[in-house]
Write a protein that binds this ligand. Structure first.
Ligand SMILES: Cc1cc2nc3c(=O)[nH]c(=O)nc-3n(C[C@H](O)[C@H](O)[C@H](O)COP(=O)(O)O)c2cc1C
Length: 325
């Protein structure tokens, strides 16, 4: 498959692994890139910019294919030296960056000056147009189905993607709710140039998380995610476990929820421990509605080959026959 995304990023298949806190380490990114997609190291998973430089080097030791780094600019409990992370990305010779969270404009002169292609992930058409205007090379359009932060508009990809195709000139990735060849074929049909996946890549052999977490997601249905932080206007889609339910209960109490009321339950450190220990009620973790369509734990190579061949078959056989009678 050749699309504007494969051309611009220099990859074989139009499939990108979105940044994932605690999951997007060198092994994950290299496995996706070696399988012909674009793997992404999550910048802030590394405790310091120096650690990020080392992680990028580790990834280079595992793949000679292109890979990217994600820089997520979000409100955090501890202040983050974003400038130093951005400078490390440039100094490490990275050529593709995925930005997310806030407007990436302050970082664009640095990135563009170094010849870096910037993919900005956003959850609305207005933010996608803004990203195009300020000079991003591509956007990832994250629909309401997605894991992590879907924004506050609650618009699904069936509407967002055709709108993006109408309004944007730059290439865009469909993100949120993708995990199989039907999804890839549909994304292309709606005008996207490829897909971005998070949750589906968590449930692969190479994802650095406990088997129990992967198996829980295999066993889950499309109803097993929850929206938390709605009352704080910072909505996040996470796996529905007892901690997510406690957070929702606190948020549904009368009066405005304060972050301090839930902080103990949602600490990032607890989510990270959960990925190591497999104790499924230790914290929260991001997961999208696509869990309902995940029923195995393949390698990244098996997953990407399967998605591409299923999409090609749909396009060549089913859709072609539909129009040729
Ligand atoms: C465990 C996990 C952690 C994530 N962490 C981040 C992050 O740190 N930064 C970011 O931009 N997106 C993050 N995401 C969102 C993904 O990059 C991607 O946009 C999203 O997963 C797409 O939806 P899907 O899960 O339905 O494929 C995360 C997703 C998951 C599943």
């Amino acid at each position: 498959m050749r699309t504007r995304v494969t051309e611009l990023l220099g990859i074989e298949h139009p499939i990108v692994q979105g940044g994932m806190q605690w999951v997007g380490i060198a092994e994950m990114a290299a496995a996706v890139s070696n399988a012909g997609g674009l793997g992404i190291i999550t910048g802030l998973t590394q405790p310091t910019p120096e650690d990020l430089a080392k992680e990028i080097e580790r990834c280079r030791g595992m793949t000679d294919k292109p890979f990217a780094v994600n820089l997520t600019i979000l409100p955090t409990i501890k202040p983050i030296p974003y400038e130093d992370y951005a400078r490390t990305i440039v100094d490490s010779g990275i050529k593709i960056v995925e930005t997310a969270g806030r407007n990436p404009e302050p970082f664009l002169p640095l990135f563009k000056g170094a010849g870096i292609k910037v993919i900005h992930k956003c959850t609305s058409i207005r933010h996608s147009l803004k990203a195009e205007n300020i000079g991003c090379d591509m956007v990832s359009v994250d629909g309401f189905e997605c894991a992590g932060h879907p924004g506050e508009d609650d618009v699904t990809n069936l509407i967002l993607l055709p709108l993006a195709a109408r309004r944007l000139k730059i290439p865009f990735l469909a993100s949120g709710g993708f995990g199989d060849g039907k999804g890839l074929a549909a994304a292309l049909a709606m005008g996207a140039d490829g897909i971005n996946m998070g949750t589906r890549f968590m449930v692969t052999k190479e994802a650095p998380i406990h088997e129990k977490v992967k198996q829980k997601m295999v066993d889950a249905s499309e109803l097993d995610t929850s929206l938390i932080y709605r009352t704080l206007s910072n909505t996040a889609r996470v796996f529905r476990n007892s901690i997510a339910e406690q957070v929702i209960n606190i948020e549904s109490e009368p009066g405005q929820t304060k972050f301090e009321d839930i902080q103990q339950l949602v600490q990032g450190a607890k989510g990270r421990e959960l990925f190591d220990t497999g104790d499924l009620d230790q914290g929260i973790w991001s997961a999208g509605m696509i869990v309902g369509l995940i029923d195995d734990i393949p390698t990244c190579q098996e997953l990407i080959s399967r998605i591409v061949s299923e999409a090609e078959e749909i396009i060549n056989e089913r859709l072609t026959k539909t129009v040729s009678g």
